[in-house]
Structure formats: C-alpha cells, structure tokens
Design a protein around this ligand. Structure first.
Ligand SMILES: Nc1nc2c(ncn2[C@@H]2O[C@H](COP(=O)(O)OP(=O)(O)OP(=O)(O)O)[C@@H](O)[C@H]2O)c(=O)[nH]1
Ligand SMILES: [Mg+2]
Ligand SMILES: [Zn+2]
Length: 351
C-alpha cells in the first residue's frame, strides 16, 4: 500500500483552493468563517482543512483546526488506514465528519522529529516538528544510569537543540548522585543547562525566555516534574483540574515517579511557542549506530576523532589513545568516556 504524503504541487493546489474558499467565505458572509456553524458542505464535498495533532491516544487523535474555519477548535479524529503513523506535533489535512469529529486524510511534511527506537530497535517519532528537546532531571527521583548521555547522543543525531534542565531546585538532597555536579558536567562540555523549580518559580523566567518561539518537547524519567513545569510555564496551577496537565506524587518509600502522563500532548505557550509533554520513561535504548557515530554524539570527543595511534583504537588501554590522554589532562570527564563504553557494549550485546 502506498503511503500518502503530499508532494509540493499537491500542497500548493490545496492551499490555493483553501485560500480561494476562505476569500469567498469572507466576501460572502462578511464574518470569520469560524463563526459560522458546521455546514453539510463540509461533509459532502470532503473539503480538507489544515490541522495540528495536539494529542494522540491509541487510535484516537485530537486535531486542532489551524484553518480559518474552526480555528483553535479541537476535533476527535481517526486517520485513514493508508497513512503513515502520525504523532503529536504533526501538521495534517483533515475533514470534518460530523460535529466535533473528523478524519485525517494526509500528513504534511515534517521539518524534524524527536524519535526513539521501539522494542524491535526501529526508530519511531514521539513528537514531530520539534526544535528543542528539554531533558529534565531532578534530585528526586534520582537520575539513573547514563540516560542523559543517551538522550544527548540521540538529540545530536536528530539535529535538535538539547537543553538540560534541573528541576526541583527547592529540594536539598543527600542523594548519592549529586545532581548539581551532574548539571555542571554538562555545562562544562558546552551544553545549555538551567536550574529551576517549578514549585518556587526559581529560574522559570529564564526557561520561558529560552523556549520563546520554539516547539519544545519535555522528556525524562517519570516524576521529575515535566507536566508541572509545563503548567507553570503556561501560568496554570497544578490543581486546576480543567486546564492543567495531570501531576502525580512520587511513590511513598522509593520516591519514584508513578507514570502519570500517558499520552504525548501539545500545549500552546501564551505569547509564542508550543510545549509538548511526554510520558516518563524507564530507559532510553539507542537505535543501532556504529562506534564512530556514537563517538560523534559525545560532542566533546570530536576534536580527538582520528587522533589515536591505532586507527581501530577502542579507547580502552591502547598506547597513545587521544581520548585517554584527554581524560588524563582533564579535558574529558572520565564519566563520559565510561558512559560511551557502556552504551557501545549495550548496543553490541543487543545486536
Ligand atoms: N519539590 C518540588 N516538587 C516538584 C517540582 N516540580 C514537580 N514536583 C513534584 O514532582 C512530582 C511529579 O511531578 P509530575 O509533573 O507529575 O512529573 P512528570 O515528570 O510529569 O511525571 P510522569 O508524567 O509520570 O512522567 C509531583 O508530586 C510534583 O508536585 C518542584 O519544582 N519542586
Ligand atoms: Mg507528566
Ligand atoms: Zn583511542
């Protein structure tokens, strides 16, 4: 079955048709067409409108109308079976079926996507048309393993902007992992980092400024406060049942997240920009990449690529290894080299 994506000519034709229809509407009625009730015309002629996927749960997809017709309204849609899998953030063409429901008839081209592999190792988008990936960590739940490194490698390969965010700066912790030191490690490498508290508001203005005009997806472990951060950025209280994204307490005892958010959802930031909330994850498996590509994802290793004495150097105990020497001189954090080896081993084991 052929997957339907619009070519440029089709898109031009559709937007031309839509523009003509909108001009006609405005001329004939003198009112914004979104003020007019649904007409049978929408159904019978199958007019395609522009829309944005704002939430995707199983088979059901919420599409926000971007068309002058019904702008800002949400329609519960399903997608035609010949279309590729779509995700929150995808721009689509859709048609009204009845009332507030509709059908997606085409996917518009994506300029980017945040992706991760599924259990078969195939790369799957989790959010489309994303500019920035906010990797959230917190003192509680404690960051685990080399999750941050895996995220950073993936974000680098996908050509997106990473922002490492330490939330819950209001908590003082005696945790075994010193999250402040962890944040500093990435800041030293040159990554953009911020330290905030969604509860006290500390640093939230800086975060808002950093995300202006962007579509940012929030990722990380369950319970680090992704949904709470999005609520605070939107000026909505966590307790506002009608407008807030659901926020869930950590488990009693182990202080782990409780997987409160179950669907990836897009929220508009007042002013400019969009925020995408995603479910917390247990681990981020990388898709298959070669050692060279993995090394390239550790951005501070790049100046040393190809500088080892042996072309097939494994950077473990070989003489004149440029990476080991850089570690000795304090130019590479040993934890990052260890993390690189750890990821490489796990990729090889999986294969
Ligand atoms: N002390 C403190 N607690 C916070 C802060 N931000 C969020 N929390 C709390 O952390 C817990 C988890 O918050 P959520 O926003 O549900 O976390 P999440 O990352 O969206 O979790 P999932 O949806 O399960 O992935 C809740 O009890 C929040 O109230 C903060 O800045 N300080
Ligand atoms: Mg959440
Ligand atoms: Zn080497």
């Amino acid at each position: 079955m052929t997957k339907r994506r619009l070519n440029q000519q089709q898109q031009r034709r559709i937007s031309g048709n839509q523009q003509a229809r909108q001009d006609r509407n405005a001329r004939d009625t003198g009112v914004r067409s979104s003020d007019t009730p649904d007409t049978p015309e929408d159904v019978s002629t199958g007019i395609s409108l522009e829309g944005l996927i704002v939430c995707h749960y199983g088979q059901q997809i919420d599409v926000e109308s971007l068309d002058i017709e019904h702008r800002g309204e949400i329609f519960r849609c399903f997608q035609r079976s010949n279309l590729p899998a779509m995700v929150t953030g995808d721009k689509v063409l859709w048609q009204i079926e009845s009332g507030q429901s509709g059908v997606i008839v085409a996917q518009q081209p994506r300029h980017s996507a945040m992706s991760r592999p599924n259990h078969r190792g195939e790369l799957r988008a989790i959010a489309a048309n994303v500019d920035c990936v906010v990797v959230v960590i917190a003192p509680r739940p404690e960051p685990f393993g080399n999750l941050i490194d895996r995220y950073m490698v993936a974000i680098e390969h996908l050509g997106l902007r990473p922002l490492l965010l330490l939330n819950k700066s209001d908590l003082t912790t005696k945790s075994s992992v010193n999250v402040e030191a962890l944040l500093q490690r990435y800041a030293r490498i040159g990554y953009e980092t911020l330290r905030v508290s969604s509860h006290s508001g500390d640093g939230m203005d800086l975060l808002k400024a950093a995300l202006a005009e962007q579509t940012a997806v929030f990722v990380g472990q369950s319970g680090v406060g992704k949904s709470s951060l999005i609520n605070t950025l939107r000026g909505v209280s966590d307790d506002d049942d009608e407008h807030a994204a659901d926020v869930g307490d950590l488990s009693v005892g182990r202080q782990k997240g409780t997987h409160t958010t179950t669907a990836t959802k897009l929220y508009h930031l007042p002013g400019s920009g969009d925020l995408i909330d995603s479910p917390g994850i247990r681990e981020f498996g990388l898709w298959h990449i070669e050692a060279d590509a993995l090394m390239n994802g550790f951005i501070e290793f790049r100046p040393w690529a190809g500088k080892c004495r042996f072309r097939d150097c494994h950077h473990q105990h070989e003489p004149d290894c440029a990476l080991l020497e850089a570690v000795k001189r304090g130019e590479i954090d040993p934890a990052r080299l260890e993390s690189y080896h750890h990821i490489l081993t796990s990729l090889n084991e999986r294969d």
